[in-house]
Write a protein that binds this ligand. Structure first.
Ligand code: FMN
Length: 201
């Protein structure tokens, strides 16, 4: 299926992004806001995000992604204790957090070399499913891993990768002023920069 010029792409993303080859708007319209409005996320919405991750592809179908979910005020407060201060400024307004960890062991106890790579696919699925539900996500590498491991009693085979802030996108009034200039869709490298030429010898 091909798209005519700009069909389905949100105006706000076209300021920064210029899709040229018919990529589905699903991919182009996703961007990671830091502005969230007050919103109580339902269990059904939250589970839909996790279910999207469930269907991500993985090496030998090992499905190494694991989720630690914070949706109640108490759970969110616990997570906030290991999220870095600069992220806390904005992510306090998110409705839920998902700590995405990856299991580095295969079922027979060997090393799964692809655990982190495959868990990245799960993150992308969560992000896209969120957008399809009118929600938004922002990944955070900015959290104290050792503290998260201790507070959540994470076993040594599970490696915390990111904490995902999930919520209903809001307006700039709901965001600390210091973030205003950067709260907009990000640009992308051109395909020319990404496709690496090589010689067939
Ligand atoms: C692994 C990972 C770690 C990130 N860590 C942070 C973070 O700690 N704080 C933050 O504000 N954004 C963080 N981000 C968001 C990125 O900066 C953002 O995804 C990127 O600039 C592209 O923008 P977009 O998601 O809006 O397309 C992270 C994203 C990823 C994928």
């Amino acid at each position: 299926m091909s798209h005519t010029m700009n069909e389905g792409y949100h105006d706000e993303v076209l300021q920064a992004r210029q899709p040229q080859h018919g990529v589905d708007p699903l991919f182009v319209n996703r961007w990671s806001t830091r502005a969230f409005q007050p919103y109580t996320i339902s269990q059904q919405e939250l589970y839909a995000l996790l279910e999207a991750a469930q269907y991500a592809p993985s090496a030998n179908n090992m499905q190494p992604w694991r989720f630690f979910v914070a949706a109640t005020e108490q759970e969110k407060t616990l997570f906030q204790s290991f999220i870095m201060p600069r992220n806390l400024v904005w992510c306090k307004n998110a409705s839920a957090y998902i700590l995405l960890a990856s299991d580095s062991l295969t079922p027979d106890g060997n090393e799964n070399r692809m655990h982190a790579f495959d868990t990245g696919a799960a993150w992308q699925s969560i992000a896209l499913q969120a957008n399809m539900l009118g929600l938004s996500t922002r990944a955070m590498g900015g959290f104290e891993k050792a503290a998260a491991i201790e507070k959540l009693a994470i076993p040594s085979n599970l490696h915390p990768q990111i904490v995902i802030a999930v919520g209903k996108p809001g307006s700039l009034e709901q965001l600390d002023e210091s973030f205003h200039p950067m709260n907009k869709p990000t640009p992308r490298k051109s395909l020319d920069e990404l496709i690496v030429p090589y010689e067939v010898k």
